[in-house]
Ligand binder design. Structure first.
Ligand SMILES: [Ca+2]
Ligand SMILES: [Ca+2]
Ligand SMILES: [Ca+2]
Length: 189
């Protein structure tokens, strides 16, 4: 599979899509991933309670028809968003992911929980503590100062702040998980 070594996402997607499909069908012959299988699929073991809650939220946002399973179409939609979604698309999806209780706003606790769990999963050390980071985000983009980030505040604020956008897309994305799958795909070919 020498052609799969190209690094652009488009090429990678085209070249590997059938392998993603094969992986899905191999690990999940029923064609439906439960939450338990989802974690197994991504090699997520021994998660802390916080990380587990985050992954569960992620699972719920991938399960678009809310039937408790991720089917192949939902899997593909999730992967293509992660791999090649535009900024707006990703931010919209992040917002849904961070608004854990579905209230339509992200409060400080929700943001903090997300930051902490993603850091735990990625296992990267950061200069700024999760608390400081959350405070900075609220200082910058909670325009009306009510302690919650509305959809508008989040979308506007993040897109208009290059540093924040960079930090969010870098440290809060799923690259680590995607790389893990890609590593497994390569190892099996
Ligand atoms: Ca579903
Ligand atoms: Ca909320
Ligand atoms: Ca607000």
């Amino acid at each position: 599979m020498g052609n799969c070594n190209n690094s652009t996402v488009e090429e990678l997607q085209a070249c590997e899509s059938h392998q993603w499909y094969r992986k899905f069908m191999t690990e999940c012959p029923s064609g439906l991933l439960t939450f338990y299988e989802f974690k197994k699929f991504f090699g997520l073991r021994n998660l802390s309670e916080t990380s587990n809650a985050y992954i569960e939220t992620m699972f719920t946002t991938f399960d678009m028809n809310n039937d408790g399973f991720i089917d192949f179409m939902e899997y593909v939609a999730a992967l293509s968003l992660v791999l090649k979604g535009g900024v707006q698309q990703k931010l919209r999806w992040y917002f849904k992911l961070y608004d854990i209780d579905g209230s339509g706003c992200i409060d400080r606790e929700e943001l903090l929980l997300i930051i902490k769990s993603i850091r735990a999963i990625n296992g990267v050390s950061h200069e700024m503590s999760a608390d400081d980071f959350a405070n900075m985000v609220f200082d910058k983009i909670d325009i009306n100062g009510d302690g919650e980030l509305s959809y508008e505040e989040f979308m506007e604020g993040v897109q208009n702040d290059e540093m924040l956008l960079k930090t969010l897309t870098e440290s809060l994305d799923l690259t680590h998980i995607v790389q893990k799958i890609q590593g497994e795909i390569r190892a099996n070919t």
